[in-house]
Ligand binder design. Structure first.
Ligand code: ATP
Length: 638
């Protein structure tokens, strides 16, 4: 069944030392074996593999994907499974600890076809699938003529064959669940603002706006405010058809998902759940790609049965930090075999949308539309004009087109800068060049502090530039780059890092502190207090745009933030982004370097994108797509 070069317990220990397993993975496997006496070595190995899958953010272990000749993918292949996947399944089915879905759900492990789950993750995934399928139902439009007129006023005719923003608005108007996806600047916020305006004209409803992090919530508030202001002017000529007073009912304040659901201190549960549903009629969730599977489960459970749900996000961005890739799974059914996106409507939906938008959508009718009626994709970026370097680079990376990527770099756009690692015996000249540029960029906000400018404008100035790293640890990770930038700034006498908290030190919060109102990912700067110049306070801009001041000693766990991970940058934008990729990544680091990571970093930049890297590593990263094992796409699309 399994051949081993050493006893399995010794191998597990060795794999932990080699970092192929986490201590938790090994303990989980041993604990499962202790709880289920008589379990064989195959079972223990499979438990370790399953736990490792979860540590790597997969939702399950697809048995077919186990490399039986080298299940742990270690260099010396000291373990072999002598069974086929079918035989492994048969063997697991006989284990007391394994239940077969959908009947035996009271066992710690659940086998669903070829996928093995921890019971909790099976519950998350199957319930999220059920809830999304149940939500994806049509809502009757009472006056189609009036809605058609309003849509025509909201969206000026375009030269393009399809106005996807208009189609997305019509989709969300007529469907209880709407998922509006698209890259940066494709108009997700503009579209949702128009939709909310339309709905607010038709009925009074309680609408809530949320995002996964405080930063993303603050950005959503800002975008909705800006979008409302633009609409008020743009739509003035149509005031006979559209009641612009309804714009006032469109909310501007966005909160975090945690705050919406109501955190219970020291508990994984929230105040709102199926027994105590949220009090709202419509919920908009921005940056939905950041929402992980357990969070989506809790959110859907707390949604009242009558409520509409609108998910906004970019399905091509990095998947959530925790398990799952819910948004990508929701969108998966729209991708054909060649990787091209295409809509997938039922006959009725295509007819209704065609009528409402005046665009013939019958070419997108599918015999098995599944979730397709709830999906809308915005395919045209208004931020990156067709010929702009950042937009072109992002698109080429997104489809892993190496020839196009090289061409974009070679065209020499002013907004793109490539810095190659140049390591000699003394130094890395590439790194030095990046540090020099970072000093020049950060100099602006640090000089603003000496000029005693107000905290808001200092924070604003700081937020124009950011260094992003692929990982935390190491010389080219957040830790190393932060140390190097601090040193470079100190050398220029722009900061004095002699003490832990010095004027100008930017900090990023690493955990939630509900009493202080500070959340994981919040970024602030240590500055002299305006009321007492001798006292240093950490200054943060909150989701509602107001300033929060906290005594540095009271800050929850935090780090310096001249550089931050690409993961933590999701939901933020900067005028200038500099991405640092390691020159010689280890095997573990190479797994992190994916096209989604590079794409997310590039699309955080509004005007300039710099990359410190080596061409080979950049190309390898762009060729590697994130794969998250999950059964959700199948539950939604088959
Ligand atoms: N149909 C349009 N025609 C012209 N400009 C547009 C259109 N839609 C959006 N824009 C502009 O494009 C910019 C981005 O729009 P918006 O903020 O709605 O996009 P988004 O997809 O939400 O962006 P992000 O990725 O930043 O969240 C805004 O300046 C907006 O005014």
């Amino acid at each position: 069944m399994i051949t081993l070069e050493q006893p399995l317990t010794a191998l597990l220990k060795q794999w932990e030392q080699e970092r192929l397993l986490t201590p938790l993975d090994r303990h989980f496997a041993l604990q499962m074996s202790a709880l289920h006496p008589g379990s064989n070595e195959l079972f223990i190995l499979i438990c370790a593999l399953l736990s490792r899958q979860l540590s790597l953010q997969h939702s399950c272990l697809p048995i077919e994907q186990i490399d039986v000749d080298n299940p742990m993918s270690e260099q010396q292949a000291q373990c072999r499974i002598t069974l086929s996947p079918q035989e492994i399944i048969a063997e697991l089915s006989r284990c007391d600890a394994v239940g077969l879905a959908p009947e035996q759900l009271d066992k710690p492990l659940i086998l669903d076809g070829f996928n093995l789950y921890l019971q909790r993750y099976y519950q998350f995934e199957s319930r999220v699938g059920q809830q999304l399928n149940a939500l994806a139902q049509p809502i009757r439009v009472s006056d189609i003529g009036a809605s058609t007129n309003m849509l025509a006023s909201l969206f000026a005719p375009t030269e393009r064959q399809y106005d996807w923003q208009k189609i997305a608005t019509a989709t969300a108007l007529t469907q209880k669940l709407a998922v509006i996806t698209g890259g940066p600047g494709t108009g997700k916020t503009t579209t949702v603002t128009k939709l909310l305006l339309l709905l607010c004209q038709q009925e009074t409803m309680t609408i809530r706006l949320v995002a996964p992090t405080g930063k993303a919530a603050a950005r959503l508030s800002e975008s909705i405010k800006a979008s409302k202001a633009r609409l008020a002017t743009e739509l003035a000529p149509f005031s006979d058809i559209i009641d612009l007073n309804a714009l006032q009912q469109v909310p501007e304040e966005a909160s975090t998902l945690h705050r919406l659901l109501g955190v219970i201190p020291n508990s994984h549960r929230f105040r709102h759940d199926s027994d105590n549903p949220l009090r709202l009629d419509l919920l908009v969730v921005d940056e939905a790609s950041m929402v992980d599977l357990p969070m989506m489960y809790k959110l859907l459970n707390a949604l009242p049965s009558h409520a509409r749900l609108i998910l906004l996000g970019d399905q091509d961005q990095l998947a959530s930090v925790e398990a799952g890739a819910v948004l990508a799974d929701i969108c998966a059914g729209l991708k054909d075999r060649n990787g091209q996106w295409s809509m997938r409507y039922s006959q009725d939906k295509a007819a209704l949308l065609s009528q409402l938008t005046g665009t013939d959508l019958n070419g997108f009718v599918s015999e098995s539309p599944q979730l397709g009626d709830s999906l809308a994709m915005l395919m045209h970026s208004h931020r990156f004009k067709g010929d702009a370097g950042i937009g072109q680079l992002a698109s080429a990376v997104n489809i892993s087109d190496l020839a196009a990527i090289i061409q974009v770099w070679q065209r020499g756009y002013e907004e793109l800068l490539w810095i190659e690692h140049q390591i000699n015996q003394q130094a890395n000249l590439g790194l030095n060049a990046l540090l020099e540029r970072s000093v020049a960029q950060y100099r602006h906000y640090l000089e603003a502090i000496t000029q005693a400018q107000d905290a808001m404008s200092i924070i604003d100035s700081f937020n124009r530039y950011r260094v992003l790293c692929a990982m935390r640890a190491g010389e080219y990770g957040v830790d190393g780059i932060n140390a190097s930038i601090t040193q470079a700034l100190a050398k220029e006498k722009l900061v004095n890092p002699a003490t832990e908290f010095y004027a100008g030190r930017p900090v990023i919060i690493q955990s939630n502190d509900y009493n202080l109102g500070l959340f994981n990912g919040d970024i602030g700067i240590i500055l002299p207090d305006a009321h007492n110049q001798h006292r240093l306070m950490a200054h943060f801009v909150q989701a509602d745009g107001t300033l929060l001041k906290v005594l540095p000693a009271r800050l929850p766990s935090h780090d310096t933030c001249y550089a931050m991970t690409v993961h933590k940058s999701q939901g933020s934008e900067f005028s200038h982004v500099a991405l640092v990729m390691p020159p010689r990544p280890s095997v573990a680091q190479r797994q992190l370097l994916t096209k989604e990571l590079v794409y997310t970093a590039i699309t955080r930049a509004k005007h300039h994108f710099t990359c410190l890297g080596s061409q080979r590593v950049f190309e390898q990263a762009c060729s590697q797509a994130t794969l998250r094992a999950s059964g959700l796409a199948k539950r939604l699309w088959q």
